[in-house]
Design a protein around this ligand. Structure first.
Ligand code: UD1
Ligand code: CA
Length: 451
C-alpha cells in the first residue's frame, strides 16, 4: 500500500498534558532516551510517509526544535486551542494542501504502536475508505467504543456520550485513523462539537463516511500497544515495558546480559553478537557496540562506538564522540569524550581523555589527563602509535606526542614530543639526609612546650 500510494503522517501532540505537571511538553518526555513523539514517528515509519505533520500546542516551539532533530522535513503546525482530536487534525490541512494520498493519524503520547499494526492498517485501507485501530479492552474505562456490524465499522461513540448498552461494548478505539487525506478533511469539515465534551471528535468521521455510503473498517491490536502516557507514573510503567522489550531484543541478537533488569538501554542501542554486558550498565542514546566486546559493571555509555573485542570498565564513562577501535581497553574511572582510541591502545585507570587521538598500541598510564579546555576553547591532544604515557601525565593541549615516545610519570607536557623521545617535565628529586627526623623532633618539642 505504501509502495503505490503516498502517505502523510499526522501526529497529534497539542494536548496540554496537565497531569504530567511539567514545563516540558508531554510528547517531549523521554522514553528509552528519545522523546515520546519520536516513538510514534518511528512506528509510522513503516508506512514510509512522504510528509510528516506534527500538530503541536503547548510548547510548540520546543516540540518543533526537538522533532526536527529526528526529521528535519517535518512540518509543525499549531493548534492554539485544544478543541478536540478532529479539530487537531484539521490544523494539518493547510500544510498538506495539494497532497494526494493516504493520511495516517497517530497520537504523539502513544509510543508502543507496533510496525505490524501499521501494516495491518495499511492493508485494511485497501478494502475500506476509513480504517480505525481497535482493541479489546478488559477494562475499557473511558475509551471510545466501536459500534460494528460484522466487519463493518458503523460509528464510534465516546464513553461520555454512550448509552448504557454501548458502554458494555469492549471493542474500543485505539486512536489511529487511516483514510484518504482529502476525504478525511472533507469529512472533518462536517464534524460538529455537539456532544457531551463540546469537542470536535476525530472518530466522528466514521459515521459521516458511512452516511455517504463509504465503507469503514477496523483492525485489532493488543491493548498494550495503545497505552497512552498521561502521568509520570504512566511514563515509568512505559519505561519499564520499553526496557524489557529492548533487553529481550538485545538478548535475541546474541548478547549476554548477566542481569538484564539492571541494564538500561536506549531506543537506538545496537550491540553485536557475543558481547557481554555486566550488571548496572547504562546506554544513553547513540551507542553502537560491535561483537565480542565486554562492557563491565557500572559503566555509562552515550553517543559512542565500541569496536569488536574491546573491553570497557568497570566504572568507565564513554561520552559522545568516543570511538574505540578493536581490542582497546578502557578501564576503571576513565572518562573518554570526543576521542579516537586506536587498535589495541589501553587507558586502564583513572584518566580523562577528551578531544584526543590515541594511536594504536599506545599505553596511557594511570591518572593521565588531557587538559583540553583553557576556560574558553577546547584543544586537541594527539598521541602516536605505541607511545607510553607515564602515570599522572598532564597533557596541556594542543599538544602532540609522537610514535613510540614516552613521557615520564608526573610530567606536565606543554610542548610537542617528537617520535621516539622521552619527555621529562617535572622537578628533579632533591634528597636531604636526616631532615625528616630532625623536623619531626622539632615539631614534637614545640608541641610539648605548649602543654
Ligand atoms: C481518544 C479518542 C477515544 C479513544 C482514545 C484512545 C477522540 C474524541 N477520542 O480519547 O475514542 O478511545 O483516544 O486513547 O478522539 N489532542 C490534540 N488536540 C486536541 C485534543 C487532543 O492534539 O484538541 C491530542 C492529545 O495530545 C493526545 C491525543 O490527541 O495525544 C488524544 O487526545 P485525548 O484527549 O487523550 O483523547 P481521549 O479522550 O483519550
Ligand atoms: Ca488519551
Amino acid at each position: 500500500m505504501s509502495a503505490d500510494k503516498n502517505t502523510a503522517l499526522i501526529i497529534l501532540a497539542a494536548g496540554r498534558g496537565t497531569r504530567m505537571n511539567s514545563e516540558l511538553p508531554k510528547v517531549l518526555h523521554p522514553l528509552g532516551g528519545v522523546p515520546l513523539v519520536v516513538h510514534a514517528m518511528d512506528s509510522a515509519a513503516r508506512a514510509e510517509p512522504e510528509r510528516t505533520v506534527i500538530v503541536a500546542g503547548h510548547g510548540a516551539e520546543a516540540v518543533s526544535k526537538s522533532v526536527r532533530e529526528y526529521n528535519e522535513d517535518a512540518d509543525i503546525v499549531l493548534q492554539e486551542e485544544q478543541l478536540g482530536t478532529g479539530h487537531a487534525v484539521m490544523q494539518a490541512r493547510e500544510a498538506l494542501s495539494g497532497f494526494e494520498g493516504n493520511a495516517l493519524v497517530l497520537f504523539g503520547d502513544t509510543p508502543f504502536i507496533s510496525k505490524e499494526t501499521i501494516d495491518k492498517l495499511l492493508t485494511a485501507r485497501e478494502n475500506h475508505d476509513v480504517v480505525l485501530l481497535g482493541m479489546d479492552s478488559a477494562d475499557p474505562k473511558r475509551y471510545g467504543r466501536l459500534v460494528t456490524d460484522g466487519d463493518s465499522l458503523e460509528r464510534v461513540v465516546e464513553y461520555k456520550d454512550a448509552a448504557p448498552h454501548e458502554k458494555r461494548i469492549t471493542l474500543c478505539n485505539g486512536g489511529i485513523v487511516a483514510a484518504d487525506a482529502s476525504l478525511l478533511f472533507e469529512l472533518l469539515d462536517q464534524v460538529s462539537n455537539d456532544n457531551a465534551s463540546g469537542e470536535y471528535y476525530l472518530p466522528d468521521v466514521v459515521f459521516l463516511a458511512r452516511q455517504r455510503g463509504l465503507s469503514a473498517g477496523y483492525v485489532i491490536c493488543a491493548e498494550e500497544e495503545t497505552q497512552g502516557i498521561n502521568t509520570r507514573s504512566d511514563l515509568a510503567i512505559a519505561e519499564k515495558l520499553f526496557q524489557d522489550m529492548k533487553r529481550a531484543e538485545i538478548m535475541e541478537n546474541g548478547v549476554t546480559l548477566a542481569a538484564p533488569e539492571t541494564v538500561f538501554l536506549s531506543y537506538d542501542t545496537v550491540i553485536g553478537r557475543d558481547s557481554v554486558i555486566e550488571p548496572n550498565v547504562i546506554f544513553g542514546p547513540g551507542v553502537t557496540v560491535e561483537s565480542d566486546a565486554q562492557i563491565r559493571a557500572f559503566s555509562h555509555l552515550e553517543g559512542c562506538h565500541v569496536s569488536r573485542g574491546a573491553q570497557v570498565g568497570p566504572y568507565a564513562r564513554l561520552r559522545p564522540g568516543a570511538e574505540l577501535s578493536e581490542f582497546t581497553r578502557i578501564g576503571n574511572f576513565v572518562e573518554v569524550k570526543n576521542a579516537q582510541i586506536h587498535e589495541g591502545a589501553k587507558v586502564n585507570h583513572l584518566s580523562y581523555i577528551g578531544d584526543a587521538e590515541i594511536g594504536a598500541g599506545s599505553n596511557i598510564g594511570a591518572g593521565t589527563i588531557t587538559c583540553n579546555y583553557d576556560g574558553v576553547m577546547k584543544h586537541k591532544t594527539t598521541i602516536g602509535e605505541r607511545a607510553f604515557i607515564g602515570s599522572n601525565t598532564m597533557l596541556i593541549a594542543p599538544v602532540t606526542v609522537g610514535d613510540e615516545a614516552m613521557t615520564a610519570s608526573g610530567s606536565v607536557i606543554t610542548s610537542d614530543v617528537e617520535a621516539g623521545a622521552l619527555a621529562v617535565a617535572r622537578a628533579r628529586q632533591d634528597v636531604k639526609p636526616g631532615l625528616a627526623r630532625r623536623l619531626t623532633d622539632k615539631l614534637k618539642a614545640i608541641k610539648a612546650k605548649k602543654g
